[in-house]
Design a protein around this ligand. Structure first.
Ligand SMILES: NC(=O)c1ccc[n+]([C@@H]2O[C@H](COP(=O)([O-])OP(=O)(O)OC[C@H]3O[C@@H](n4cnc5c(N)ncnc54)[C@H](O)[C@@H]3O)[C@@H](O)[C@H]2O)c1
Length: 255
């Protein structure tokens, strides 16, 4: 039985981490050929090894999504290897503790922390789309999924630049969906709730009980539970879906 991404080529940024890695494995299971991009080269290589061990096909790309030339080169490498770019999962991201903003209210964020957060989590997504879209237009279509968050839908205390970036990602997603519908390109976002990855360890240590009390399922999500939504959005089964932002959050946004 063939998978629902059989024959597709896919680029996953942040593919060395929790959600990106789980999505890489799910994409491979469904028959996609993969390029795993990450700032952390060793992490990307580990994901590639896992994909290959599971019988998939993957290559490693390294670099920072905040650098336009690097992102352009990443897309060119995928096209050189696989001939086209069918699916892009623009997922690389960082949390407040990674820019020394853990637990800080809006006025306490340093200028540099704010700039880096917006640079990775918002401009990084835009740069990916900037370089992916021309290839998708030229080849006659494609699918993009951006990683938003529940932080793209509501405010979250002590996460101001993260929240601003994720609201921006959803705005970019909807706008690109409008602009490229005529090019046979679908653009959607997935909005995870609190998921078990490196990113949430610090927050859960500080406020885990409070967060779980606000989550109807009363547990964190697993990266694999986000991956299944990304697979579906990237597949032809979602052929009429564009400009949408899908929550995968254990009911957090329903409260
Ligand atoms: N974990 C959650 O609860 C949660 C919730 C909502 C949204 N998200 C989003 O999911 C995405 C993935 O996060 P995760 O939870 O898997 O975290 P993670 O830290 O496990 O993975 C993120 C990956 O992105 C890479 N990365 C970071 N900055 C980069 C850069 N500048 N260039 C290239 N790669 C870079 C990291 O090296 C890492 O491998 C992020 O966009 C995050 O904001 C996560």
């Amino acid at each position: 039985m063939s998978g629902i991404l059989e024959g597709k080529s896919a680029l996953i940024t942040g593919g060395g981490g929790g959600i990106g890695r789980a999505t890489a494995l799910a994409f491979a299971r469904e028959g996609a050929r993969l390029a795993i991009a990450d700032f952390n080269e060793q992490a990307a290589q580990e994901t590639v090894a896992l994909v290959n061990a599971a019988g998939g096909q993957a290559m490693t790309l390294t670099g920072d999504v905040t650098d336009s030339a690097t992102v352009k080169a990443m897309v060119a490498s995928v096209v050189a290897a696989y001939g086209r770019l069918d699916c892009a999962f623009n997922n690389a991201g960082i949390a407040g503790f990674q820019v020394d903003a853990s637990g800080k209210r809006t006025h306490e964020w340093a200028d540099e922390s704010f700039d880096r957060m917006i640079g990775v989590n918002l401009k990084g997504v835009w740069l990916c789309m900037k370089h992916e879209l021309p290839q998708m237009i030229a080849q006659g279509g494609g699918v993009i999924v951006n990683t938003g968050s529940i932080a793209g839908l509501v405010g979250l205390r002590t996460s101001s630049a993260y929240v601003a970036a994720k609201h921006g990602v959803l705005g970019l997603t909807k706008t690109a969906a409008l602009e490229y519908a005529g090019d046979n390109i679908r653009v959607n976002a997935v909005c995870p709730g609190y998921i078990e990855t490196n990113m949430t360890a610090d927050t859960m240590r500080r406020r885990g009980a409070e967060i779980m009390a606000s989550t109807p399922f009363g547990r964190m999500g697993k990266p694999e539970e986000i991956a299944e939504m990304v697979v579906w959005l990237s597949s032809d089964r979602a052929s009429y879906v564009t400009g949408a932002c899908y929550n995968v959050d254990g009911g957090y946004m329903a409260v």
